[in-house]
Design a binder for this molecule. Structure first.
Ligand code: ATP
Ligand code: ZN
Length: 287
């Protein structure tokens, strides 16, 4: 009997491609992604990777061409396909925003009433306007939305933004957020049991990679008389590891710290007398 394989769809090229491939690699799924390849068999995990256009991924997952896939929440919402959103992946972060030309005297959403708004996300925008009882004229275009006002095609745009620099260089000003988005792992509904088992294995690894990404491993030397103070600054998973150094009166302290309060903790450790502080990235963190 042929081995059951989980078919995983990722973006072929574009903003989500590299991060998706790196995520799978960090999950220990080895595969070759030579340019122009449509699919690739994983060497050491029961999976096949499909390289597709992001817009098609929800449909392929829905229809069973792929079992799971990675897409932006924006694409998932726009296609409206009935698939399960299983896990947010923490990359591909952006927002779908309404923006107007700089000379547009914008005050509130009502100002979009009767205006032509260009977007590649007509479904999401339509729902948004309907929810706010705005009657605007949505123009669906397939790309380069940001130039629509300057060529007279629209009065405003609804487009994906991360830093806002594309809007700015095109003389546009972001005025409302329609939705926040990041990459998400989606799966076909009612996956057969054997595929579900493989998916759970992958999901466990994804969670470990995500947890690791938010944490750092820290090693330092502490004079014994400051040990209590230093240990108190480091929560660790359970508590820090403390080992005596060969040089008397000193200990080595190892711990895991979160990246959010990372610099603050390091400064406090130095003030408390820690020396030789090393900080390492963590590949996986199994919880
Ligand atoms: P494809 O050829 O696969 O259709 P695309 O041009 O539609 O690619 P990309 O521009 O590569 O798509 O964007 C893919 C996803 O990356 C978006 O749907 C969105 O979820 C996310 N993303 C993150 N930041 C941005 C941004 N600043 N602009 C556009 N998309 C972004
Ligand atoms: Zn696309």
């Amino acid at each position: 009997m042929p081995e059951t394989k989980l078919k995983i769809a990722v973006q072929k090229s574009g903003r989500l491609n590299e991060d998706s491939i790196n995520l799978l690699r960090r999950c220990g799924v080895k595969f070759n992604n030579g340019l122009g390849k449509l699919k690739s068999e994983a060497e050491n995990f029961p999976a096949e990777i499909y390289f597709l256009r992001d817009d098609d991924i929800p449909e392929y997952v829905h229809d069973g061409v792929a079992d799971v896939g990675v897409v932006g929440e924006n694409v998932l919402a726009e296609t409206g396909k009935a698939v399960d959103a299983i896990e947010k992946l923490g990359y591909g972060k952006c927002r779908l925003s309404l923006a107007v030309p700089k000379n547009f005297a914008y005050r509130s959403l009502e100002d979009f009433g009767g205006k032509r708004v260009a977007t590649t996300y007509p479904q999401i925008l339509n729902e948004f306007f309907a929810a706010h009882k705005i009657n605007a004229d949505i123009h669906t275009i397939s790309g380069s939305v940001e130039i629509a006002p300057s060529i007279g095609l629209a009065d405003a745009v609804c487009d994906l933004v991360s830093s806002g620099s594309t809007l700015f260089t095109n003389g546009l000003r972001e005025v409302e957020t329609v939705m926040q988005s990041e990459a998400v792992l989606i799966a076909r509904k009612n996956l057969p049991g054997d595929l579900q088992t493989i998916l759970e294995k992958l999901l466990f690894r994804i969670k470990s990679v995500k947890a690791a990404g938010r944490n750092k491993y820290i090693l330092l030397n502490a004079p014994d008389e400051k040990l209590n103070e230093i240990v108190a600054l480091l929560p660790g998973i359970k508590s820090p590891t403390v080992m005596p150094l060969a040089t008397g009166g000193w200990s080595s302290v190892h711990s895991v710290i979160g990246e959010n309060d990372f610099w603050e903790t390091v400064e406090q450790l130095k003030t408390a007398g820690a020396e030789g502080i090393l900080v390492l990235s963590i590949d996986q963190m199994i919880q």
